[in-house]
Design a protein around this ligand. Structure first.
Ligand code: IPD
Ligand code: CA
Ligand code: CA
Length: 278
């Protein structure tokens, strides 16, 4: 495995920042003016002209600065070289459903996996102009100020967030049971509709924990490195090592990690929400 210097990671962070800010301008330019909203396959899984234009902007910046790196982009798939240990994961618009409804909670999320491990991440929320950045060993910031996870250590005092995958109507393993169970035990469970911001909010202490299933690497890579650099913990639901290709994540401030994990492991799917339910 090649070692990457702090200078190299910093350079990659600057490239990702340039791309995320440019994409944010694109997203704001389409805000409230969408003409093309399509479904990608599953009901509710939307893609708009803004997703595509944002992705084109990000790809142009990455190709200009780092033409030898691999890219996995939500709307374009796997592009670029397969030889490099560096793979950029791009979500050009995380929170498309929110965006299409003009609910201002969405972000650009750009992560860098090196040998499959998140090392650099930038999440940009254009509505609030919140720019979250991190790189391995270099810390995590929001708008250039260091961020840190919360100090909440009891589940009963915590505020959590989760989400529901687009296949939720077709599978009993749709997270509804986990949502009910943890809503009971905490001060609340939010469903914001943008996984990258969920992770960023745990990283900066606005929320204490996050779990979800059915996610893609582009939803997670940037937020994972951000949270780890902010002092948080990221694992599988059962606290085994996190696998970015599994689509499942448990991400917390660290202090409530074991409690959330134990509660998630107790849950069985709700019988009322079987795949046959319309
Ligand atoms: C979605 C959002 C949402 C999460 C979904 C994701 P998209 O991403 O992050 O919060 O619950 O699972 O797919 O489709 O808006 O990029
Ligand atoms: Ca997403
Ligand atoms: Ca997206």
């Amino acid at each position: 495995m090649i070692e990457y210097s702090a200078e190299q990671l910093q350079r990659y962070l600057e490239v990702a920042t340039e791309a995320a800010l440019a994409a944010g301008v694109v997203l704001q330019s389409y805000w409230g003016k969408l003409e093309v909203i399509e479904e990608k396959g599953r009901p509710g899984d939307l893609v708009t002209e803004a997703d595509k234009a944002s992705e084109a902007e990000i790809l142009a910046v990455l190709r200009r600065h780092l033409p030898n790196h691999g890219i996995l982009a939500e709307e374009s798939g796997n592009i670029g070289t397969a030889d490099s240990p560096c793979l950029w994961t791009i979500d050009p618009l995380d929170g498309t459903t929110n965006y299409a409804h003009q609910y201002p909670f969405y972000a650009v999320s750009i992560g860098l996996l090196i040998d499959g491990v998140p090392q650099v991440g930038v999440i940009f929320d254009p509505s609030r102009q919140d720019l979250f950045r991190a790189a391995r060993g270099l810390g995590a910031t929001c708008n250039r100020r260091p961020i840190r996870v919360s100090t909440i250590s009891e589940l009963s005092r915590s505020l959590l967030v989760t989400g529901f995958a687009y296949d939720r109507r077709e599978t009993a393993d749709n997270n509804y049971a986990e949502f009910c169970h943890l809503t009971h035990l905490t001060q609340g469970v939010r469903r914001s509709g943008a996984a990258s911001i969920d992770l960023a909010y745990v990283a900066c202490g606005r929320l204490d924990g996050y779990w979800e299933k059915g996610l893609a690497p582009w939803d997670l890579a940037a937020g994972v490195i951000l949270l780890e650099e902010a002092g948080g913990r990221v694992t599988a639901y059962d606290q085994k090592p996190f696998d970015i290709w599994s689509g499942r994540i448990l991400a917390t401030n660290g202090r409530i990690h074991q409690s959330v994990s134990e509660e998630l492991m107790k849950v069985t799917p709700l019988s009322d929400f079987t795949p046959s339910a319309k």
